[in-house]
Design a protein around this ligand. Structure first.
Ligand SMILES: [Fe+2]
Length: 195
């Protein structure tokens, strides 16, 4: 099989053996993710994956899961709001009230289930929680932090360093910063993290 032809839309037409192979191989997943995103968003996803793997190692979390969560977390970033809402109306209507900027984290969970038959609950849960983190699960907190502080974001603070030693302390501080940003810069209501 020529893996260069991999993409989300044709994935389910592949033999199940090949599908399993792709879902367990980050290098093959990268081929699909790259086709699905603009170059800058792809580079961001690679960076989130890399730093999520590092934080996972610090906190004894499955490093491969952290890397794959990072790669896939923005897979529905370019959906129209109506596309997010189509998934949310069917699977998760409570989330329809959330700001549009958060909806890609929710729709990604259902998109990955449908498009890739992807069912790793830990990874899906982390992706679901990467914009507003409702979860206390370490993998979710790691993805949340890395999405907001991977170095390509060029935000100069010590959250990533802090997170290596005190994951939940870094998370609480970052949540406060995001709350302020949404209120003061984007004028969006903040609905709150669970920690
Ligand atoms: Fe992201």
């Amino acid at each position: 099989m020529n893996f260069d032809d991999l993409n989300f839309d044709h994935f389910m037409s592949l033999p199940s053996k090949i599908r399993r192979q792709v879902l367990n191989d980050p290098e093959l997943l990268k081929i699909m993710v790259k086709k699905n995103l603009k170059e800058s968003r792809y580079e961001h996803s690679l960076s989130v994956a890399k730093y999520a793997r590092q934080l996972a190692k610090c906190h004894h979390v499955d490093e491969d899961k952290a890397y794959i969560a990072g790669l896939l977390h923005d897979c529905t970033k370019y959906f129209e709001e109506s596309e997010h809402d189509a998934y949310l109306k069917y699977y998760d209507p409570d989330k329809l009230q959330y700001p549009e900027s958060c909806k890609h984290s929710f729709s990604a969970k259902y998109y990955l289930k449908e498009k890739l038959n992807f069912h790793d609950r830990d990874i899906l849960n982390a992706i679901y929680n990467h914009t507003i983190c409702f979860s206390k699960d370490r993998l979710s907190v790691i993805l949340y932090i890395c999405d907001k502080r991977e170095p390509l974001r060029k935000i100069d603070d010590d959250i990533m360093e802090m997170a290596k030693k005190d994951l939940y302390g870094a998370f609480r501080r970052l949540s406060w910063d995001v709350e302020t940003y949404l209120r003061e810069v984007k004028n969006e209501e903040f609905i709150g993290n669970s920690l």
